[in-house]
Design a protein around this ligand. Sequence first.
Ligand SMILES: [Zn+2]
Length: 427
Amino acid sequence: MALGPQQRTPLEQAIPTGAAEPQTSRTAQKVVAHVAELRRVHEAFAWFRVSARELEDIQLEVTAIPAPPWGEAARSQWLKPRFEDAGLADVHQDELGNVFGIRPGTDLSASYVALSAHIDTVFPAETPINVSRNDGKLHGPGISDNASGITALLAIANVLRQTNIGNSAPILFIGNVGEEGEGNLRGMRHIFEQAKWFDSIRALVALDGAGTDTIITEGLGSRRYEITVRGTGGHSWSDFGVPNPIVALARIIDHFDRTTVPNTPKTTFNIGTVQGGTSVNSIPQVSTMRVDTRSASLEQLDRLERALRDAVKEGIAETSGRKKDNLLTSEILVIGDRPAADLAADSHLLKVIRAVDVQLNNNARIQRASTDANIPLSLGREAIAIGAGGSGGGAHTVNEWYDPAGRDLGLKRILLLTLALSGVSEE
Ligand SMILES: [Zn+2]
């Protein structure tokens, strides 16, 4: 996952730490308390404790399998038989490599409660992957983000089988591709583009990274663009006067940079790279730049896009020649698009996770980030992203680590949430 800039400014957060009470409906609390009292749920909690070492082994094993953006096939192949071993039904993979498994429920007409974990990493294929266990901690690139989420996904599927807890609504387990960076949420996007899944998933809980102290309910939106300006180019002396794509780009940047953005909702833009030209005595034929825009508000992202398109028009108009052989042309390519969206403050999912946190005496705060939950949220579905327990650091670096101390709190939290959402069928 990629955390938004708001993560370190608690004052801006929608719900301050410790304000769980007003969000928690009494019914949600009763449902969660009831689930937590079940004998089989107690057995599940015990299973998390005794399986600690086994879960670490799984986490080390999956971390060792490279899963660069657009190259997750080996992980998909690894995950499928593990879903089968956990007793999931209809285990299969779609054309992108997303892996699915279903734990059927007793209510045959109910829609799915979905639990997902992204299986991709940020690391390019050539990254050396060294995994190790040292001083009780696990080390390796991707060990926390998101091998801990994948491990939690498998732990929940396995514990349901081991303890034979009966869920009322069916539970859909998803290991999805394409969450990180260039993946641009393509795995989750594809899933929700299928009518079959869009119509049948009532809520999605994305397990992403370590921890138990956050609830990500606000999808930070981002859009990225590549702007290319082209001209005929020529010799700096003999073709002097031919419109220059680098000059046009400079004018475009100047216009765009004057765009004002609000502090609330926080909205940002950045010219990240500029390229063009071949030599000092050539009028360039091409110039390009890459632009990143971010906001929690879709309107602001749209407004920035209009400002960018206007800036391109103006910069070209001010620089281009009039005749056919010295015109400048421009192209605007959207190279990334993550929708912005929020979970409603009165949503059922938020009430239930708040109730779970009260039950477990866990303190969690609302955060904004760009995760797989952005996709269902942008489509009006209930979704959150939460951590898999334990703690981690060095995310997106080869020095990433994971400390399994406290993992069982994370797993209890995920289990109670899942069962409170699905309902439990009593024996
Ligand atoms: Zn992640």
